[in-house]
Write a protein that binds this ligand. Structure first.
Ligand code: HEC
Length: 231
């Protein structure tokens, strides 16, 4: 019994220490595991090497996933969840997905930004490295236009509900027309950066169903995440 009490006391202490560490302005950069991504050398490149056009679909998909986690841990608190800025810092979705925008991006990523001796944005270059920089860049530039997402959300909701109905009834449904519908929606959703493919939940759910036509639940959950973000 006393062991239990001690354990819960210890966790209360641990929580308050963590809160104190967090309420302090400087949050240490969180390392990003980039092992799955191809090496890009030491010297900083001028252009994103993980774009779908240059690196191919598999590398690009890994970059988006790794970049999402790197972004959420290191950038979202200032630049906003899903890269939709709440006004604290610029909206990064508009930086052009080409060399010109990349140069601007890496300049800020590496050095951060200091104004009148106050660090508005810490530099991440040395701590996170180049692979993480480009993975985060890939995630940022492939965010779908959130207004376009809001417009298609009734359609996505209908698809989601159909998938959930099959799942809960234990039925087998025909997902081929659903994949077609998701692809059509996905093709019409653009990025704000000019990157050719938006990695939207429609895109993601379609890929899940193409890999496994009976993955109703997983595809539905993916759509649900996007629906709550669009609202
Ligand atoms: C502590 C808050 C903070 C964090 C964390 C932060 N930034 Fe920033 N960032 C800012 C501010 C403020 C600016 C605006 C500085 C300026 O005027 O250029 C900025 C500017 C930028 C710019 C230039 C945007 C533009 O339109 O000019 C880029 C690119 C950028 N940040 C990327 C990132 C990335 C990537 C991360 C995470 C690895 C990150 N930032 C983390 C606060 C932050």
């Amino acid at each position: 019994m006393s062991i239990r009490i001690n354990a819960s006391l210890a966790s209360v202490v641990a929580i308050s220490v963590a809160t104190i560490a967090f309420s302090h302005g400087d949050v240490a950069p969180q390392p990003v595991n980039t092992d799955l991504l191809p090496d890009v050398g030491e010297e900083w490149l001028l252009e994103n090497p993980y774009r779908v056009e240059t690196a191919g679909l598999d590398v690009w998909l890994n970059a988006v996933e790794i970049g999402a986690s790197g972004y959420n841990q290191n950038c979202a608190r200032c630049h906003g969840l899903e890269v939709v800025s709440g006004g604290l810092a610029p909206d990064l979705r508009y930086i052009e997905a080409e060399e010109y925008g990349d140069e601007w991006y890496t300049e800020r990523f590496i050095h951060g930004y200091t104004q009148n001796g106050i660090t508005r944005m810490p530099g991440f270059g040395e701590l996170l490295g180049q692979k993480a920089a480009w993975a985060i860049r890939t995630y940022i530039e492939t965010r779908p236009d959130d207004e376009a997402m809001a417009e298609v959300s009734p359609d996505l909701k209908a698809i989601r509900d159909q998938l959930l109905a099959w799942d809960s009834a234990g039925e087998t449904g025909d997902t081929a027309p659903i994949v077609t519908a998701l692809d059509e929606i996905s093709d019409n959703i653009e990025t704000l950066s000019g990157a050719p493919v938006a990695e939207s939940v429609a895109f993601r759910a379609s890929r899940i169903l193409q890999a496994d036509p009976e993955a109703y639940k997983s595809a539905a959950e993916t759509l649900t995440v996007g629906l709550s973000a669009a609202n």
